[in-house]
Ligand binder design. Structure first.
Ligand SMILES: [Fe+2]
Ligand SMILES: [Fe+2]
Length: 426
């Protein structure tokens, strides 16, 4: 601020060596780590300012809301505050406090950071809340979110395929166009491969840079892709497990099969049952679990998500395993829509039952594959008879609106052009 208050004239500085020396000393002084006056050791200047603040939907989004954040040093009084939001700043006087759960996270460079999380509970449905996170001294800004209604109410959400590469450089515009195209989206839904190397914190940093303030105000639901896991070709057995950065960064439901907490789970949102499948491991266990939660599903609409496509348009070999396990269950319980990634293409099937297109009837499952990042693969045409649309080479996002009897999905590119639209009717 001080240096901005006056424009320095370089020539006049050069003509005044004493002034230059003073400026140099000031600069060096500012850049030097202060010494601890007692020990003479450099003091760490780590600030507990919360970063990577992200909302996640819970199993009960009408009455609870999860938030996770990071600090570089342990925040012993780590906590969050929440109040019903009003137009007046006085809302903050009515805030209540929830202590955070704290977790130590070792990064890939062996440095330590701290992850904090809170689940706000006993919230009122359909209500705008303001919250902040911090330690009682240092706080984030107040951010706002709205709880879900506890009845079947129309809403929109945004679905993204893999960002994965050049996330800051090239996915930022996808996220920003998505936010301006559907500013009222209830949440964003990612289906894996958020980064290329899920064990590299620098890549997650890029993702949080690219997505900006949006996860602070728009809750996220996510399933992991294969890039959030080590390479299966090199790691076998018990060592094949999700990279340790996934779970501390998010606070997702833990109502799926044992061992797949926060990676396979379900939640109900205003008339839709959302089912997250982890396409990387324990597929047989998940198939059994899927049957149980679909057999007891009171919601009129059902949407499943899995990273690896059931009918792949990618360059990889055909994998029958997910088809054999999941398609009979999707068919038996009339799952409406399956959201997928991994292929780095865009693909939308016709309504399918038992791997066959069903024409002219309001039944069958539509499988969509999409990609939000810049990496593209050519379309493999092995499933062409099942496909309504295939494309590649675009960075995309999908706005999905659920109304009483109609589900509408529109695919947009990062320039805001609509490339596909379809509707499912009940
Ligand atoms: Fe991918
Ligand atoms: Fe993938």
């Amino acid at each position: 601020m001080f240096f901005n208050s006056r424009k320095w004239d370089l020539k006049s500085i050069q003509s005044k060596p004493l002034l230059l020396l003073v400026a140099l000393l000031l600069t060096v002084g500012c850049a030097t780590t202060p010494l601890n006056t007692l020990s003479g050791q450099p003091q760490l200047q780590q600030s507990p300012i919360p970063s990577r603040i992200i909302l996640n939907l819970t199993q009960t989004p009408a009455s609870s809301q999860a938030v996770t954040w990071r600090t570089p040093s342990i925040a012993t009084n780590s906590r969050a505050e929440i109040a019903k939001a009003t137009g007046s700043p006085d809302f903050a006087t009515k805030a209540s406090t929830t202590p955070a759960l704290n977790e130590t996270v070792t990064l890939d460079d062996n440095s330590i950071v701290f992850s904090h999380s809170v689940v706000f509970k006993e919230l009122t449905p359909g209500t705008l809340y303001a919250y902040r996170v911090g330690n009682g001294t240092v706080w984030s800004e107040w951010n706002q979110f709205r709880t879900a209604q506890n009845t079947f109410t129309p809403f929109s959400f945004v679905y993204f395929g893999d960002p994965q590469e050049q996330v800051k450089s090239l996915c930022s515009r996808t996220f920003r166009t998505a936010f301006s195209t559907a500013p009222d989206a209830a949440f964003w839904h990612f289906v894996g491969d958020l980064v290329d190397n899920g064990d590299k914190d620098r890549e997650w940093e890029e993702l949080f840079d690219a997505i900006g303030f949006i996860p602070r105000v728009t809750p996220m639901i996510l399933v992991p892709g294969n890039h959030e896991y080590p390479d299966r070709r090199r790691i076998k057995g018990d060592a094949f497990r999700i990279f340790p950065l996934w779970r501390p960064q998010f606070t997702l439901p833990e109502n799926g099969p044992k061992g797949l907490e926060e990676t396979a789970y379900f939640l109900d949102y205003q008339g839709v049952r959302f089912i997250m499948l982890n396409g990387n491991e324990q597929l047989e266990v998940q198939a059994q679990w899927l049957e149980t939660i679909l057999a007891d599903n009171p919601q009129p609409w059902t949407i499943a998500a899995i990273h690896q496509p059931i009918y792949s348009t990618g360059h990889r070999g055909r994998d029958h395993r997910r088809q054999e396990l999941f398609v009979p269950i999707f068919d038996r319980f009339s799952v409406d829509l399956v959201l997928q990634g991994h292929d780095h293409t865009y693909a939308r099937t016709k309504r399918l039952v038992s791997g066959q297109a069903i024409v002219g009837q309001n039944r069958g499952t539509v499988y969509v594959t999409s990609v939000s990042g810049p990496k593209s693969y050519p379309v493999n045409h092995r499933y062409d008879p099942l496909m309504e649309v295939t494309a590649t080479g675009q960075q995309l996002f999908q706005v999905i609106r659920v109304d009483n009897n109609t589900l509408t999905c529109e695919a947009f590119d990062s320039a805001g052009n609509r490339l596909d639209k379809f509707q499912l009717k009940k």
